[in-house]
Ligand binder design. Structure first.
Ligand code: NAD
Length: 476
């Protein structure tokens, strides 16, 4: 299978020669598939300069012309979906069908924000004095630094880049070092769609060095990061020094409340299907299964039956429903959490071990009766491990769901509209799905509360983070 040559993209030029490189590893085979050029401090300076010097051009390009470029990029992504998806599977591990579908979702996101850019209206506010007009203008915030992770290497960048570009911002984009080819494919689609040079720049290498230099750079006016809460906190500190606006999409540890009036088997089957997508490496993955005590064992049986149908393997092979973990840090992190839970009395219903074959493979796992103090009840496993715990009534269930500092996604299965209303009201989360598990679409806001971050990506809210408000009060 072909894996593309990796390059930096700065001021409209592709750069790779005479730089240090880092290996890119296929997590299903451990083969080195590519060499990632490490951006130098000069590369980063050039990228910031390109974003700053092209900002005046892009912000004054009409919203309609920006829309045309973004729509063309969406079409190119659709045409290239298979080629890009295969590169994603090679570098990230997820089944090719999931990776190809993800490219389609990124294209839909470009379509959505292309339109939203045309609707970035201001307001006219009635004045207190005759003859005065108060205009509230929405304007692009300026050059953006965007940092994205490896788990959804095209949809997460698409949410940031499409919104920023539609708003009239320029961007320096750092894809995850584990998934550079997918990030570059997005940049190529935009360049081929006619995005002028300098408006989007792609750098990669040492994440901490890159984010530190770019966030401290006075030319960068806005920062958007998706990744762990630990890194998000560092980024927020750095941005605070420059009083820069920040969007943070951080960790989650999504609770799933299953009440005894729900269709328990259906809930278990749906939830298990969703949990192991992308080998569980999803910030909104349903993970803490809080099940009403009288249907607890029924739920566990149905959930583990669905797990038995999963085919773990190389994402390029037909029939694979779950690939490997994305990189070498994940297996050890997951083993530590699972071992700790078992030492504290958790029952291994199914799975519980790494898989003995080349690659970062881990068994799809369900742990039951997990102690509330086990680390896995506090720390997001970010892998194919689900935990189940019984609860008694609505108050007990909600208290357990809200017990963590995270508040990203949450899920509820119930047959009662009253329970749904009460949980919707009291759950501390940025998103709640009731009786299903689909929370992401370009049209709906995506974001967390508490230590899961702030800001929204997606929906009509998604462009707001890239716009600033200016009041013009005038009389003639
Ligand atoms: P990590 O924190 O080492 O890396 C996560 C991502 O952040 C990577 O893409 C990395 O390149 C980037 N990153 C790391 N340090 C950075 C820095 N100083 N500046 C800019 N970018 C930086 O974590 P990991 O081992 O890859 O994954 C572990 C945890 O990360 C998970 O448990 C999960 O909480 C979190 N994570 C969250 C998401 C999400 O979608 N919210 C995605 C991936 C990882």
């Amino acid at each position: 299978m072909d894996y593309p040559t990796l390059e930096l993209f700065i001021a409209g030029e592709w750069r790779r020669e005479e730089r240090d490189t880092l290996p890119v590893v296929n997590p299903a085979t451990l083969d080195v598939v590519g060499k990632l050029p490490v951006a130098t401090a000069t590369d980063l300076d050039d990228a910031a300069e390109a974003a700053a010097s092209s900002f005046q051009t892009w912000r004054s390009t009409s919203a309609f012309e920006r829309y045309q470029v973004l729509r063309r990029a969406a079409e190119l992504l659709r045409e290239r979906a298979r080629e890009i998806g295969i590169a994603t599977t090679i570098e990230q591990g997820k089944p090719a069908s999931e990776a190809i579908a993800e490219v389609g979702a990124a294209a839909d996101t470009f379509d959505w924000f292309a339109e939203e850019g045309r609707r970035a209206y201001g307001r006219v506010v009635p004045a207190r004095r005759p003859g005065v007009r108060n205009l509230v203008l929405s304007q692009p915030v300026g050059p953006v630094a965007a940092f994205t992770p490896w788990n959804f290497p095209i949809t997460i960048p698409a949410r940031k880049l499409a919104a920023a570009l539609a708003a009239g911002c320029t961007v320096v984009f750092k894809p995850a070092e584990e998934t550079p080819a997918t990030g570059l494919a997005l940049a190529r689609a935009l360049a081929d769609a006619g995005l002028p040079a300098g408006i989007l720049n792609v750098v990669m290498g040492d994440p901490a060095a890159i984010s530190t230099q770019l966030i401290r750079d006075p030319r960068i006016r806005k920062v958007s990061f998706t990744g762990s809460t630990v890194v998000g906190r560092q980024i927020a500190h750095l941005a605070a020094d420059g009083i820069k606006r920040v969007t943070l999409e951080l960790g989650g540890h999504a609770p799933v409340l299953v009440f005894d009036d729900a269709d328990v088997e259906k809930a278990a089957t749906l939830a298990a299907g969703s949990k192991f997508r992308n080998a569980g490496q999803i910030c909104i993955a349903p993970t803490r299964f809080l099940v009403q005590e009288n249907v607890y064992e029924r739920f566990i049986d149905a959930f583990s039956a669905r797990i038995r149908t999963l085919e773990v393997g190389n994402g390029l092979d037909d029939g694979t429903s779950m690939g490997p973990l994305a990189h070498n840090r994940r297996p050890a992190a997951i083993s530590a959490l699972v071992d700790d839970a078992r030492e504290r009395g958790a029952r291994t219903v199914i799975g519980g071990e790494p898989i003995d074959r080349p690659g970062y493979f881990w068994q799809p796992t369900l742990l039951a009766d997990v102690d509330a103090n086990a680390r896995i009840m506090q720390e997001e496993p970010f892998g194919p491990v689900a935990v189940a715990v019984p609860f008694t009534d609505v108050d007990d269930g909600i208290e357990r769901a809200n017990a963590l500092p995270y508040g990203l996604a949450s899920y509820l299965f119930t047959g009662s509209a009253a329970t749904a209303a009460e949980v919707s009201d009291r759950i501390e989360a940025g998103m709640l799905a009731v009786n299903h598990l689909m929370l992401t679409s370009p049209e709906t806001p995506f974001g967390g509360v508490k230590e899961s971050g702030y800001g929204s990506e997606g929906g009509s809210e998604g462009i707001e983070d890239y716009l600033v408000t200016k009041l013009v009060s005038e009389t003639w």
